[in-house]
Design a protein around this ligand. Structure first.
Ligand code: HMG
Length: 392
């Protein structure tokens, strides 16, 4: 018998502060409606210097892992384009912070916003071959374009942690998927730069073209049509981008199905609208948002479009499991987002420049007010100082 394999549990972490997009718009001389409606973002996560992708991933993963899970984890696949070292994998730091067994493979996967999807598919294949194994997949990033740039309104950050197992509680991944690669310069970050370079409008066109390509390839492989989907989810660099992709295929649906898909999209973008881009975690926050706020039922098929600039696109599908609500802590996620503190534009600008720089000099970060379980205390002799606070 073929095992059902997929996402058993999901955790999400973003730091405890955010910037209101109205405040950013007014500070940049823009109409707030451009940011809220034209771009489709209300709030943007602000990442303090005491958080990086390793600590955010640890804070997300700690929410979902029991001691029994930890013992069964055979692999950690960490998707990120905001890694902290050119050689050592973020997954190795993470495995240590989470106290995972030493007989674990731990590697980092990079392809812009696509890394976590590569991790998820590799994890699923691994578990199909070894059904007792569990794999921890991470999508964690800090989206940075720079102050006063057109991309500034599409920043954000956070981490999604997913446990991939056989007989998953949340989503069973269907083995068919369609993917596409082309060498495209729409967004990239040369070595030594802390902010991305981007050809913004071009990137939105490539994103849409890739969606068209992989959607057609998936349909050709499966003979499925849009009528087979209860929801379509997207990589969401900003919510208007996902809406544009959805609008590309809506005419293929009946008016009734269109209304359902539009309602599902609304649910799938709610949390992203208040966090911003998390690059490789964005599709997975959107899937979580759909499961939290949507009206899905066991057996529903959801479509997932992953896009990573540079570029790689993939469309795959997953089936909602009867126990999907047991796979995430809804109350905790609501509290995480609700209990954040709004920062002023001046405070955001100061925090933006306070992250560890590329000089390599020793730094001690102000950690007195830190509330996160895992955090970065500074750097000494070119090594990041990761710390854990004991929580109940
Ligand atoms: P921009 O030039 O500032 O904005 O950059 P715009 O002039 O194109 O306007 C944006 C929208 O606001 C337009 O709507 C305007 O009409 C509307 P659209 O025509 O697109 O539907 N607008 C208004 N609406 C209401 N009231 C108003 C108003 N004024 C204007 N008063 C851009 C926008 C997205 C290009 C920029 O923010 C950017 O460069 N962002 C970064 C790049 C990006 O996110 N690209 C997405 C696709 S690539 C991708 O997803 C991969 C990525 O996540 C990275 C990775 O893979 O790692 C980025």
């Amino acid at each position: 018998m073929t095992e059902t394999v997929g996402i058993d549990r999901m955790g999400f972490y973003t730091p405890d502060m955010y910037l209101e997009m109205t405040d950013l718009a007014l500070a940049r001389g823009e109409d707030p409606a451009k940011y809220h409606v034209g771009i489709g973002q209300d709030k943007q996560a602000v990442i303090p210097p005491t958080q990086d992708v390793v600590t955010m991933a640890a804070n997300a993963a700690a929410q979902i892992l029991t001691p029994a899970d930890k013992a069964a984890i055979k692999m950690v696949l960490f998707g990120t384009e905001s890694g902290v070292d050119n050689s050592k994998a973020t997954a190795v730091y993470l495995a240590h912070l989470l106290d995972l067994p030493a007989d674990t493979r731990a590697v980092e996967i990079k392809q812009a916003c696509y890394g976590a999807t590569a991790g998820l598919q590799l994890a699923a294949d691994y578990v199909r071959a070894r059904p007792t194994a569990k794999v921890l997949v991470i999508g964690a990033d800090i989206a940075r374009y720079g102050l006063h740039t057109a991309g500034e309104v599409t920043q954000g950050g956070g981490a999604v942690a997913m446990l991939v197992t056989a007989q998953p509680r949340m989503l069973a991944l269907e083995p068919v998927s369609a993917y596409h690669t082309a060498d495209v310069m729409d967004f990239w970050r040369p070595l030594g730069r802390t902010e991305a370079l981007v050809d913004g409008r071009y990137s939105t066109n490539v994103y849409l073209d890739f969606f068209k390509t992989v959607w057609a390839a998936y349909q050709a492989q499966t003979q499925r049509t849009i009528a087979d989907f209860a929801a379509l989810t997207f990589h969401i660099p900003f919510t208007k981008m996902g809406l544009k992709a959805l609008r590309q295929v809506l005419p293929e649906a009946t008016p009734d199905q269109q209304a359902h898909l539009q309602a599902a999209f609304e649910a799938s973008q709610l949390d992203n609208r208040n966090v911003g881009n998390l690059y490789t975690g964005s599709l997975y926050l959107s899937i979580l948002s759909l499961l939290r706020h949507g009206h899905l039922q066991a057996g529903d098929r959801i479509g997932c479009y992953s896009y990573g600039s540079g570029a790689e696109g993939e469309f795959y599908s997953a089936i909602v499991q009867p126990t999907f609500r047991q796979g995430f802590d809804d109350e905790r996620l609501t509290a995480l987002l609700a209990n954040r503190r709004a920062v002023s534009v001046a405070e955001y600008e100061a925090l933006f420049t306070q992250r560890l720089d590329l000089s390599g000099r020793d730094v001690q970060l102000p950690v007195g007010e830190v509330s996160a379980q895992y955090y970065l205390a500074g750097r000494q002799q070119q090594q990041r100082l990761y710390r854990q606070r004991i929580v109940d």
